[in-house]
Structures are given as C-alpha cells and as structure tokens.
Design a protein around this ligand. Structure first.
Ligand SMILES: Cc1cc2nc3c(=O)[nH]c(=O)nc-3n(C[C@H](O)[C@H](O)[C@H](O)COP(=O)(O)OP(=O)(O)OC[C@H]3O[C@@H](n4cnc5c(N)ncnc54)[C@H](O)[C@@H]3O)c2cc1C
Length: 308
C-alpha cells in the first residue's frame, strides 16, 4: 500500500523538488548510484569485475520528450561502451549495458527509438558485448516488445525484461523462452492497476516462480533479477532439475543491494551480474528503490525531517 502511494506521489513536481534538493538525499543516492559520469561508471565496473562480478550499466533517465535528448543519451551509451572496451571490461559480455526505451525516444516514435537502440547495439557488438532493454511502465511494454522483435534478426543477443507482476508475463515468457534468447525476469517496479497486474506481494512472488519455471525449462538464457532469497533458491533448484550448467543462466542484483550475497553467489561459481546505474537523473530510480523497502523510506523521511 505504502509502495503504491509513494509511486503515485512521486509524479508530484513539489515532492520531486523537495527530495532532489534535500542534502540528506545524497547519501542514499550514493548507496544506489555509481556516480554522475561515465568515468565513475567505469571505475565502479572495474572494482566489481575485480570481485568476479558481471555488470550491466544503466545511464539514468527516462521518458525523454525531446529528440535531441534521446540522441544525447544514445551518444552517452556509445561513448561508455568505447571506454569499457578500451579497458577490456566488455570481453565476453562481462560488462554490458541496460537501456530504457523511453530514454532513447520511445514516446517520440517507435522508429526513432529503434534507430537509437540499433546504434547502441552496433556499438555493443563492436565492443564484444550485449544490450538489454529494460521494462518500464505498462504503456511502454508492447512497443518495446515490437522493437525487440524487429531488431532480433540482426541482433539476436538483444536482451529483454519481463515483469512477473504483469498478468501477460507468463505468456510473454513462453514466447520469449526460445533458443538463444536473453530474458531478464524481475518482479516489476512500476505502479500498475489490478486490471493488468498482480498487486499483492504474494501473488507477484507466485507469478515470478511460474515465469521462472517457464524460462528455466526453455532453451534461452534466463537472467534472474531478484534479491529475494526464496526465489534465488528456487532458481538454483530449477537449474539443477533442468541439468543446466552454471553458465547457462545468471543471477542479477542492483548495485548497493545485498552485496555480500552477490559475492557469495559469484564465489560459488554462479554467474552474478550487478546492475549499475549512473548519471544525474536519478530521481525516478531512487523513488522506486525507496518504495520497495518501507524501512529505507522511514529512514529517509526521518532524515528529511531532522535538522542535521
Ligand atoms: C538487475 C535488475 C534489473 C531490474 N530491471 C528492472 C526493469 O527493467 N523493470 C522493472 O520494472 N524492474 C526492474 N528491476 C526491479 C525489480 O522489478 C524489483 O522492483 C526489485 O528488484 C525488488 O524486487 P525483489 O525481487 O528484489 O524482491 P523484494 O521482495 O522487493 O525484495 C527481496 C529482498 O531484497 C532486499 N531488497 C529489495 N529491494 C531493496 C532495496 N531497495 N533496498 C534494500 N534492500 C532491498 C530486501 O532484503 C528484501 O527483503 C530490476 C531489478 C534487478 C535486480
């Protein structure tokens, strides 16, 4: 309930201004975000690679309303991929990029977004790595799937994300579980209505387990994006049940969340990828992280109210 209220309230320009201007916000942002620049992103990637972790980098920003801005986000990804490749960090897909379709112009037209994503895919290919398209609000899901379908002929390793909370997702998993397809499964971080999504935590968890089973039974490459210990365990058991090698699927977690568990999984021989956001446009990302965990939110609101 609190999560839904916060996600709805986050659209208010006043709340946005208050949160972005509060000095106490910085410490929380720093715990979830790698820094402002591509050099910060490369530095954090280097450190995570040193711990045996894989990385997916996200240049923060979404819902772009200007073509110029969409082009500049695209350029940022291309430059970033060049910097990562120059340091050998992209080898074998060790560091890849995650792209939000609305950041590269989805709501300005599918053809513009497709062109921009194609340019990022070409740069990733050149660098020897991959691209995954994030899943955003419900309005963006169908157009994102169409873009993926249109680009997969040329870029068969273009990854996509399924949000277990959406009622359509089991069907999507069946369609997407084919040979070679890279599918990230997450619970879903957006505020969607009952008509299209499960809204009770337990229902979402059960839906995640059903989707996971379809993907792990399939011929694709599942990417299990969750910090939930029960679902991580179910993922491992399904891997064994389906006689999957440890290199035929991976776990994914967000930068700053359960880092000890990230290292434990990597040390056990599993492929473990950390999703690392960077950039100055962190508001939407931060609110979704606060909404996921009431304890974080209480701490944050208390610090906003204090004088220190
Ligand atoms: C790699 C990755 C990529 C993602 N990409 C997308 C995407 O494209 N689209 C999308 O809608 N969502 C995406 N998400 C977010 C996802 O949908 C969930 O909102 C988020 O992962 C929290 O769900 P959970 O599975 O960890 O389970 P939860 O039940 O929320 O959390 C399980 C446990 O994890 C820990 N935890 C979870 N969140 C936090 C937090 N913020 N701070 C501290 N501890 C926490 C707590 O111990 C909690 O008990 C992504 C998540 C990951 C890990």
């Amino acid at each position: 309930m609190l999560r839904r209220v916060l996600l709805a309230a986050s659209a208010s320009p006043r709340l946005r201004k208050l949160i972005m201007a509060a000095p106490q916000t910085r410490a929380i942002v720093d715990s979830y975000v790698a820094g402002e620049t591509a050099d910060d992103a490369v530095r954090v990637t280097r450190a995570l690679r040193g711990q045996g972790l894989l990385v997916s980098l996200d240049y923060l920003g979404e819902d772009t309303t200007e073509e110029r801005q969409a082009a500049s986000v695209t350029e940022e990804y291309i430059q970033l991929l060049g910097k990562l490749a120059a340091e050998g960090l992209t080898q074998g897909g060790a560091a890849e990029v995650s792209v939000k379709p609305t950041a590269v112009g989805l709501f300005l037209g599918a053809s513009l977004a497709t062109r921009n994503i194609e340019r990022i895919c070409a740069a990733a290919h050149e660098a020897g790595t991959t691209v995954t398209l994030d899943a955003e609000g419900y309005d963006a899901i169908e157009p994102t799937h169409r873009i993926i379908a249109s680009l997969r002929a040329e870029h068969s390793d273009l990854g996509c994300v399924v949000q277990a909370a959406l009622r359509r997702s089991e069907a999507d998993c069946r369609t997407l579980a084919g040979h070679g397809s890279r599918v990230r499964l997450c619970k879903g971080a957006y505020n969607e209505p009952e008509s299209v999504a499960f809204t009770a935590r337990r229902e979402v968890d059960l839906a995640y387990a059903r989707c996971l089973k379809i993907l792990m039974d399939g011929a694709g490459y599942p990417m299990l994006a969750t910090h939930d210990p029960r679902l991580i365990e179910i993922g491992g058991s399904l891997g064994m049940l389906n006689a999957r090698g440890q290199d035929s699927f991976e776990y994914q977690m967000l930068y700053g969340i359960r880092p000890a568990e990230q290292r434990r999984l990597a040390n056990s021989g599993a492929r473990m990828r950390v999703y690392v956001p960077y950039g100055g446009d962190w508001y939407g990302y931060l609110v979704r992280r606060l909404a996921e965990r009431p304890r974080n939110l209480t701490f944050f609101l208390r610090s906003l109210g204090s004088k220190s």
